[in-house]
Design a protein around this ligand. Structure first.
Ligand SMILES: Cc1cc2nc3c(=O)[nH]c(=O)nc-3n(C[C@H](O)[C@H](O)[C@H](O)COP(=O)(O)OP(=O)(O)OC[C@H]3O[C@@H](n4cnc5c(N)ncnc54)[C@H](O)[C@@H]3O)c2cc1C
Length: 396
């Protein structure tokens, strides 16, 4: 049984069937929709060039036989009995249970309540588009948070003719995930793409004022906008497991084979998994599309072949923002040292290595996808940074 009808859950179904599993599979999801892809929501869907229906991950002719239980939330897990409790009181048992409940958007708390949009689901996009339909293109849309989602939303809305203002709390966007140096290389991108970025903005409240919203900002002028969207992070959907006895610590803690308990696993955004990176082992949780795919393949193998995939696991994510593509391999600490080894800031194309204690911990690139992929080898086994520079795989 798979709890969570999202990317990781569906990829697990596909991997199990592909690897020969012919038994029953039930997929439980609290959304009404079959699994769909989220990355296009803030990009092509919000830009108006892809329809929400085209984000589905389940092809109409999918050969995979599945019992769908959609529009119903799992509310508890009985680990001893291998039973999932559903809203409404029903209990469903299975020999193997995969927890794939992902994350939800963190809500921005203010007097305006739900009038401040979040962007995580198809229903969020539909609600946002209905609100945008009230205002004419050219109107100001305020975006709280200049992280990955905020930047993509601002980019898409600018393409549709809105005036996007991004209000970022930190001194620079992406300071947290990418660190001081790399974030400083990206700070001019919004203006070049026609987006106004205001940093160090502490929003004390958002209040409804006639047809618009007023954002009150400490020590700065208010911003008034008819539509406000917040991209302020995500929270793991693990609350329903609080009485299960599973180890919960910023997600569901699992081992290398994604197991939380015998026959019970967690994958995707909700999983805090054992990962041995270039500088040693640790527990980590990643909200990356590719990681959800990799988890599903690892779990299918663990359940069907009795062993986890033991090849190198190199985390990957990308973001399309302000007309550029940011890509990252590995999972560096934002405090790791950074060495730019390819391209130039002025050219808007570059590649840099993160390193710690002389070992490469990550590769980040701006609009240099080929160079990035060539550099993946540096993370497959621990690589000395001087050796990486000598090898320069990114110029092959
Ligand atoms: C707008 C957007 C853009 C993104 N862009 C990128 C990108 O460019 N690059 C990148 O690497 N990653 C991106 N991501 C992240 C990527 O989409 C996620 O890493 C991926 O969706 C994780 O898959 P998942 O299956 O773990 O979780 P989800 O896709 O969140 O699926 C989990 C499902 O479980 C359901 N659920 C939750 N609780 C329950 C419950 N109690 N009972 C039943 N069902 C439940 C949820 O409603 C959801 O349908 C983006 C995410 C968003 C929201």
């Amino acid at each position: 049984m798979v709890v969570g009808a999202g990317l990781a859950g569906w990829r697990l179904v596909e991997a199990l069937r592909r690897d020969g599993y012919e038994g029953e599979v039930t997929v439980i999801g609290d959304e009404q929709h079959r699994p769909y892809d989220r990355p296009p929501l803030s990009k092509q869907v919000l830009a108006g060039v892809v329809d929400v229906d085209d984000t589905t991950l389940v092809h109409p002719n999918s050969p995979h036989d599945v019992t769908w239980r959609l529009g119903v939330a799992a509310t508890a897990l009985d680990v001893e009995r291998h039973e999932v409790h559903l809203a409404g009181g029903e209990r469903v048992a299975a020999t193997h249970i995969a927890i794939a409940t992902g994350t939800r958007a963190r809500r921005f708390t203010s007097s305006a309540g739900e009038r401040v949009h979040a962007l995580r689901t198809i229903d969020d996009v539909i609600g946002l588009n209905a609100d945008l339909a009230r205002v004419t293109p050219g109107a100001t849309v305020a975006i709280i948070g200049g992280g990955f989602i905020g930047a993509e939303v601002a980019t898409s809305l600018t393409k549709r003719g809105y005036r996007a203002i991004v209000l970022e709390g930190a001194a620079r966007p992406l300071l947290g995930p990418l660190g001081a140096e790399v974030s400083s290389w990206l700070v001019d991108l919004p203006a070049a793409a026609g987006v106004e970025l205001r940093c160090s903005q502490q929003i004390s409240d958002v209040v409804v004022e006639d047809d618009a919203l007023r954002l009150r900002i400490e020590g700065a002028p208010d911003v008034v906008a008819p539509v406000v969207i917040a991209g302020v992070g995500a929270v793991p959907n693990a609350d329903w497991l609080v009485d299960s006895g599973l180890v919960l610590d910023n997600g569901v803690v699992v081992d290398r084979a994604m197991q939380a308990a015998p026959g019970i696993a967690a994958i995707g955004d909700v999983a805090r998994f054992a990962w041995s990176g270039p500088t040693g082992p640790g527990l980590t949780r990643m909200e990356h599309w590719q990681v959800a795919n990799d988890h599903a393949a690892t779990l299918a193998r663990a359940w069907l072949a009795g062993e986890p995939h033991d090849g190198p696991f190199v985390p990957y994510f990308w973001s399309d923002q302000y007309g550029k593509k940011i890509q990252m391999l590995g999972h560096p600490d934002p405090d790791d040292q950074v060495l730019r080894v390819h391209g130039a800031l002025e050219a808007g194309r570059w590649l840099a290595l993160y390193h710690r204690d002389g070992v490469v911990t990550g590769v980040v690139a701006l609009s240099s996808p080929r160079a990035l992929m060539l550099a993946k080898v540096l993370l497959e086994t621990p690589t000395d940074v001087a050796e990486a520079v000598a090898l320069a795989p990114w110029v092959s």
